[in-house]
Design a protein around this ligand. Structure first.
Ligand SMILES: NCC(=O)CCC(=O)O
Ligand SMILES: [Mg+2]
Length: 331
């Protein structure tokens, strides 16, 4: 490499056409997955105060939104059901109800918009009375293998409903292998798994728990006995390696921006389709700054998402998906 004055990096920054010619990463609507919250009923929408612009929608309204997302070029949504408390119990039995809210929504989406990818959440926290992602023993410890048996039934019901992608977000050990095996045995060879492979016990999930109404159930409890310690990244690579080995088609790191180092290491080490989840707390803090006029909304949304691409992510789950796709269409 030659040095100054022969080399002047600013030459390639002088005009927009130069900057575009040498840009190393690009953000497109195809990189975005939009998480959506669905509730029972008709013509119902509820806002989530800690997530401005995010709404819980009944199936009819969700379908209308889905149409807009398709028009914007967003390839897939991630679906999260909001379950009324009288359907929650310690066994999470509503999770595998074939006529449950998630299952009904998946069917409606796939019937109406077969060209829109639907990813379902495989985890028990929306369905347990205690808000943990699994079954618990008398001490409140989340049981690994007993939980997997319920996840298996839940996953199968989602696959039968037509989900394109299962997103196990629970962090039980070994669940990817069990789910893959069940899918194969039951003839769902083409149902994909995007594993929440490195999901951290993060404090950035608060607004999501407001959105699905599990914050109260959790009663100040935490998920540190199964989700990862924010201190660790070697362990993340081991977790990801295990999930790939067990049959995950795609892997995810979560949260997003505070964990971009993990995203980068994952992509560099394994070269598999790698996704990151820009979680509710990241969305909320951006919005708080926008509302105060402290950050410029449009530019910061796009910069925050481009950062994931630069780190090596193939796609981003983000509540900004619609905003970003609209901005990209305008550009
Ligand atoms: N299993 C899905 C989540 O926990 C989402 C978290 C968030 O957006 O904060
Ligand atoms: Mg694991």
């Amino acid at each position: 490499m030659s040095s100054y004055p022969y080399s002047r990096p600013r030459r390639l920054r002088r005009t927009e056409f130069f900057r575009r010619m040498v840009a190393e990463s690009q953000l497109t609507p195809a990189d975005l997955i939009y998480p959506m919250f669905v509730l029972e009923g008709k013509n119902r929408s509820e806002s989530v105060p800690s997530m401005p612009g995010v709404e819980r929608l009944s199936i009819d309204l969700l379908l209308r939104q889905a149409e807009q997302l398709l028009a914007l070029g967003i390839p897939s949504i991630a679906l999260f059901p909001v379950i009324p408390s009288d359907l929650k119990n310690d066994a999470a039995s509503e999770a595998y109800n074939n006529d449950g809210l998630a299952q009904k929504t998946i069917r409606a989406l796939k019937e109406t918009f077969p060209e829109l990818g639907v990813m379902s959440d495989v985890a028990l926290d929306p369905f347990t009375s205690h808000g943990q992602d699994g079954l618990i023993d008398d001490d409140g410890y989340v049981l690994n293998d007993a939980t997997i048996e319920v996840l298996e039934r839940q996953a199968l019901s989602h696959a039968q409903a037509g989900a394109d992608i299962l997103g196990p977000s629970d962090m039980m050990d070994g669940r990817i292998g069990v789910l893959r095996e069940t899918l194969e045995t039951e003839g769902h060879h083409n149902t994909c798994i995007m594993s929440y492979a490195a999901k951290y016990a993060s404090s950035y999930y608060g607004p999501f728990r407001d959105a699905v109404g599990s914050a109260n159930n959790l009663k100040g409890g935490n998920k540190r006995s199964y989700q990862m310690d924010p201190a660790n990244s070697e362990e993340a690579l081991r977790e990801i390696a295990m999930d790939i080995d067990e049959g995950a088609d795609m892997v995810m790191v979560k949260p997003g921006m505070p964990y971009l180092d993990v995203v980068q290491r994952c992509k560099a080490e394994f070269g598999v389709p790698t996704f990151a989840y820009q979680v509710s707390g990241e969305y909320a803090m951006h919005h708080a700054a926008f509302a105060n006029g402290w950050l410029e909304k449009d530019a910061v949304i796009l910069e925050s998402l481009l950062a994931f691409k630069r780190a090596g992510a193939d796609g981003i789950l983000t509540y900004f998906a619609k905003d970003a796709a609209e901005l990209l269409a305008d550009n």
